[in-house]
Ligand binder design. Structure first.
Ligand code: NAD
Length: 488
């Protein structure tokens, strides 16, 4: 049994109130980890540590901070097998998905470890009559509260921590209650890499821990990834306590398939985009929009592929879908399907196989009514909703007929059409003949109710910086400053 505690001020510390919670492996529903469970008292300690370390880390040279990020990347690579196995047990991820996440996490720390230092200081010449040298300095915001979901436990913690740490901030991170293990391990590795004590703290816990982080007066910035419903509460708290905030929220992402696309490629893509990690991905292609002339053919091929997907042991290389994260989540997905299925044609009904484990066979619905639950609500499970469209205008209208706007893909051989459609889709990311790829040099985030602000790229880094403008007159002559005559 893995035993861990909150990671505060450079070490694992028993929670103040001493509670322990078992983490279940969703494939077996047996406990595999016992985790010291945080409460607001632990948040108090973690924020105090982060506040205490703020000055030192903020003033550590950029070169040193970058070197430490690169060491974290190397340590993630070194421990990737261990981390991936923990992630499989904690979240039900397929082993190959978990290994991919470790690669992406190391890659993210590497990317920010190599970041161009020019970003942090820009010069602007202030023209006459106010002749001065202007400098825009990007300073750390301070203590950042970071709250993450359970679908990519290590990667979400990395996406939050790496840019915040690069910019000189200190961090108190709360993993999701379902998956606390790898974020704690990440903080341990960060310490081993040379992150000073108190800079990176992780407090596992539930809603009370999150709420204490949001309300804490010494927290200056909140970065949240999770559902739109909780995101709304987080935003209210941020406004109430006057904190900077970034929100990465839900999605109901369309894959728009035109008749001229390479349908063999599209078929592989739809399976990958819709069912990767059992569909528990914010940018999963959960809505498949198919041009009328190829709709029936593609739907029937899709149904055959969905039926052939193998659900089972996540460590078995031949498995396509592992378990959902928890029994509770599976019940939630099934309840939504039950509520929504009458407003669609049921091609394949998702079903929980008998026996232990939170498994769910994949489902497929066609002719989904555009205002119905299966078209509008984020199921966050292995269920695709298929629609047909007549022309480009209808495709765009259907794609945008949602309160979300996180990701979308467009499938066609016609470059001009692809660009036209991409420009009209209301979404933070649009892939053309691709889905799910992610690079840290491009901003990631949502339109509409999918979020506020961005992660990655210079725009994402700005969310972790205070901007200071310095006007410097290097030749301060009184006769130059005619505006001082105002009082003469
Ligand atoms: P969730 O919103 O239920 O929980 C997210 C985190 O918020 C958890 O750590 C949870 O404990 C915490 N939390 C819950 N209530 C809180 C409160 N009142 N105050 C502070 N913290 C609170 O989401 P989930 O079920 O863990 O994850 C699935 C959701 O995450 C989906 O909606 C998915 O689309 C979204 N998601 C978005 C992105 C993105 O980048 N946009 C990425 C991954 C997941």
């Amino acid at each position: 049994m893995v035993e861990l505690n909150p990671f505060i001020d450079g070490e694992y510390r028993k929670p103040v109130k001493g509670g322990v919670r078992e983490s279940l492996n969703p494939a077996t529903e047996e406990p595999f980890a016992a985790v010291g469970w945080g409460t607001p008292e632990d948040v108090e300690k973690a924020v105090a540590a982060a506040k205490g370390a703020r000055e030192t880390w903020g003033r550590t040279s950029l070169a040193q901070r970058k070197a430490i990020l690169k060491k974290i990347a190397a340590l993630i690579n070194k421990h990737s097998t261990e981390l991936a196995n923990l992630e499989v047990q904690d979240s039900g991820a397929l082993l190959k998905k978990a290994m991919g996440d470790c690669f992406m996490a190391a890659n993210c720390f590497d990317y920010f470890g190599d970041y161009d230092e020019g970003f942090f200081q820009e010069s602007v010449t202030v023209p006459p009559p106010f002749a001065a040298q202007g400098t825009i300095v990007k300073e750390p915001v301070g203590v950042c509260a970071q709250i993450v979901p359970w679908n990519f436990p290590l990667l979400m913690a990395t996406f939050k921590a790496a840019p915040a740490l690069l910019c000189g901030n200190t961090v108190v991170l709360k993993p999701a209650p379902q998956t606390p293990v790898t974020a704690l391990k990440l903080a341990e590795l960060a310490c081993e890499a040379g992150i000073p004590d108190g800079v990176f703290n992780v407090v596992p816990g539930g809603q009370d821990v999150g709420e204490a982080m949001l309300a804490h007066p010494d927290v200056r910035k909140i970065s949240f990834t999770g559902s739109t419903a909780v995101g709304r509460k987080v935003l209210e708290q941020a406004v109430k306590h006057f904190k900077r905030v970034t929100l990465e929220l839900g999605g109901k992402c369309p894959a728009v398939v035109f008749g001229d696309a390479d349908l063999d490629l599209v078929l592989d893509a739809l399976i990958f985009a819709g069912f990767y990690h059992q569909g528990q991905v914010c940018v999963a292609a959960s809505r498949v929009l198919i041009e009328e002339k190829v709709h029936d053919e593609l739907l029937s091929r899709l149904a055959q592929r969905v039926k052939s997907l193998k659900v089972g042991d996540p460590s078995d290389a031949s498995t396509h879908l592992g378990p959902l994260v928890s029994r509770e989540h599976r019940e939630r997905v099934l309840a939504m399907v039950e509520k929504g299925r009458s407003q669609a044609q049921e091609v394949i009904r998702p079903e929980p196989p008998p026996g232990k484990g939170c498994f769910l066979t994949p489902g497929l619905y066609a002719q989904v009514q555009p205002d119905s639950l299966l078209a509008q609500e984020e199921l966050f499970g292995p269920v695709l909703s298929v629609f047909s469209f007549r022309d480009e205008a209808e495709a765009v209208a259907l794609a945008n007929h949602t309160r979300y706007g996180l990701g979308a893909s467009v499938w066609t051989r016609d470059t001009q059409k692809a660009k036209r459609v991409a420009s009209r889709i209301e979404s933070g990311t649009v892939w053309i003949n691709e889905h799910h790829i992610l690079y840290y040099g491009l901003p990631f985030g949502g339109y509409k109710e999918s979020g506020l602000g961005r992660e990655f790229s210079p725009y994402g880094l700005l969310e972790y910086c205070e901007l200071k403008s310095i006007y410097h007159d290097e030749e301060p002559l009184r006769q130059k400053k005619f505006w001082y005559d105002f009082f003469s």
